[in-house]
Design a protein around this ligand. Structure first.
Ligand code: PBG
Length: 325
């Protein structure tokens, strides 16, 4: 009988051994919770395609922020849903616009305990639902959109956002926003560049979450799912333009891009487990097809193992609590 000499199973024999031998861990401090806040509602509105996630009122946002801080997560990423949308996304740059008001409220409530970050993109605020402004032919106008991003950055920095999440995928957006911030004395406001952001079917539930009016798609500015090298090119450009953090998004279908990015980046690398990734796990678990807790942990562990230093996930608070048990 041939007996194997090398026995990797030795280190898997007990929970204590497996715990000590684990190469990757998930810690609450590296989890970021995306949150939605909606203008003009007096009670939180559930998002049907994201069970457990709501569009907050300012009051329910404050309460949820306190819970998030108690759970020990690292930060939050705020998204605003304005009552009225228009062609240029005016609500995004209005200091009384919902995202800027919510940011002030969040910083006042939990600013010392959590890093309050904001999505810097126009799609929640435009009536056409695109991430930028349109030219006369209805195409997304890169440089005109950069002007709006600069204004939006100043509004968000003034509201106290610590990190601006540039998710619009316009060329040159990091350099444009960095310059605008520095010129206005906001040198301490950091930029999280959604550097390798792919056009994805998995954003579906998010469109409901922000009541997007988008028709068509974002394929002229977000990356093609077929392209790995191009993801790295975007990461390189964003680092060169001054990004403080680069992100890969979505996470699950792009773990190769994430691993590539982690291997070459000189700044922190984060990943976003997006709405559709959350919805799939929750829906399967609701049907009794998978174990929610185990799938939640495994999915985030996989993202960490691929190289993410931190993870944006709708599971952030739930996962932090389960890690503490
Ligand atoms: C753009 C933005 C989107 C998401 C985060 N920022 C939408 C998009 O690019 O279509 C998606 C997040 C998610 O699906 O959870 N404002």
């Amino acid at each position: 009988m041939i007996r194997p000499v090398i026995r990797p199973r030795r280190l898997r024999a007990t929970p204590a051994l497996r715990r000590l031998a684990a190469e990757t861990r998930v810690h609450p401090a590296e989890l970021v919770l995306p949150m939605f806040v909606r203008e003009g509602v007096d009670a939180p509105v559930p998002i049907a395609s994201m069970p457990g996630v709501v569009q907050h009122t300012l009051d329910s946002l404050r309460a949820a922020l306190v819970e998030a801080a108690e759970a020990g997560i690292g930060g939050v990423m705020l998204f605003g849903i304005p009552e009225r949308k228009d062609a240029i996304g005016s609500g995004a740059t209005d200091e009384h616009g919902i995202l800027n008001v919510a940011t002030r409220a969040a910083v006042a409530e939990v600013g010392d305990a959590l890093v309050v970050q904001t999505d810097l993109c126009l799609d929640e605020f435009t009536d056409h639902g695109h991430c930028g402004v349109l030219d006369a032919d209805g195409r997304v106008d890169n440089d005109a959109s950069l002007e709006r991003y600069r204004e939006m950055a100043l509004a968000q920095a003034a509201a106290g956002s610590a990190i601006l999440g540039l998710s619009g995928m316009m060329d040159g957006q990091v350099a444009a926003v960095r310059e605008a911030l520095d010129d206005a004395g906001h040198g301490d406001t950091a930029i999280l560049a959604y550097a390798a952001k792919y056009a994805s079917a998995f954003y579906g539930p998010f469109r409901e979450a922000v009541q997007s009016s988008l028709r068509g798609d974002r394929r002229t500015y977000q990356l093609d799912a077929a392209n790995r090298r191009e993801g790295l090119r975007e990461v390189e450009l964003d680092i060169a333009e001054g990004a403080d953090v680069v992100m890969v998004k979505p996470a699950m279908s792009y773990l190769d891009v994430l691993a590539d990015t982690a291997a070459m980046s000189t700044v922190p690398v984060w990943a976003y487990q997006i709405s559709g990734e959350y919805a799939m796990i929750v829906a399967a678990a609701q049907n009794g097809w998978i174990d929610r807790d185990a799938a939640m942990l495994e999915s985030v562990l996989g993202i960490r193992r691929a190289g993410a230093d931190a993870v944006l996930t709708y599971f952030a608070v739930e996962l932090a609590r389960s890690l503490a048990r």
